[in-house]
Ligand binder design. Sequence first.
Ligand code: CA
Length: 338
Amino acid sequence: MSKRPSPISATVDFDADGVQHGFLKLPISTDESAWGAVMIPITVVKNGEGPSALLTGGNHGDEYEGITALLKLARTLRAEDVHGRVIIVPMMNVPAAQAGRRTSPMDGGNLNRSFPGDPDGRVTEQIADYFTRYLVPLIDVALDLHSGGRTLDIIPFAASHHLDDKQQQRQALEGAKAFGAPTAMMMFELDAARLFDTAVESQGKVFVATELGGGGTTTPERLMIAERGVRNFLIHYGLIDGTPEMPAEGQVYVDMPDASCYVQSEHTGLLELTVTLGDTVEQGQVIARVYDMTRTGADPVEYHAQRSGLMLARRFPAQVNMGDTIAVIGEVVDALDG
Ligand code: CA
């Protein structure tokens, strides 16, 4: 069953040398704009033959580290510095990013749960489909910059996945290390089927994911890690010249072997985390308490680490609902094997 062509058109020429700033235009018809379009900003920087890289942020609209780093790169990367082609999309889900939300206010769509997408679907599925069928086939390597957004805070790391193709897995892991975040890891996804990651990996392309902070804001340190990492990624895959800058204190390697890394709430209430992001915890240790907000005098519910390791992520808001991820604990390892 073949899909119809995407309704999205690009105002940039992916084969032209030089720097182009333009849009991916998706026609929409709304109360505010009968013959309108969703305009996704895109920059293409091309210089002769060479590899092609796709750099993306704003897959979730409230993850500002990647959005900010890529907006800055798009206005500064010069064609003469590039070997090949760099495609930059700082806000993949631009309606979500402009609304400051994880998901799109146009259709409620979570872009990173909408792949491979559908040209006949709603706006978010149409965006996913364009990436899957038009942009990913153009590229060799992809870097997707995430963070925790408003509801999670995550230590800055770059990650790759366990893949059936071991060469592809090794190439991605080397890129994740070369990004030069304080932590590099092999990541276990709770539900990989509809991720952008899977759409890229299933086409045999190298995919590196990052989480670079969260809380719905940025800090100077995390932006430095994001910007340095993007440069390191481009150097590693031969798109720009230079020497990668790695963290002076070295890198910590982490594995997420299975779902026991995730601690999820079975209660609703006020969250007290007893461990700081980036700390080491022991299996069985109390890492959080949840208090009943409807009465005084009740004992809180205690949450324990199901494994020993590094506290990689935490819920950011102080209130917690049933099913929310409270914390993620990764296993510190001496080496990551591709
Ligand atoms: Ca995300």
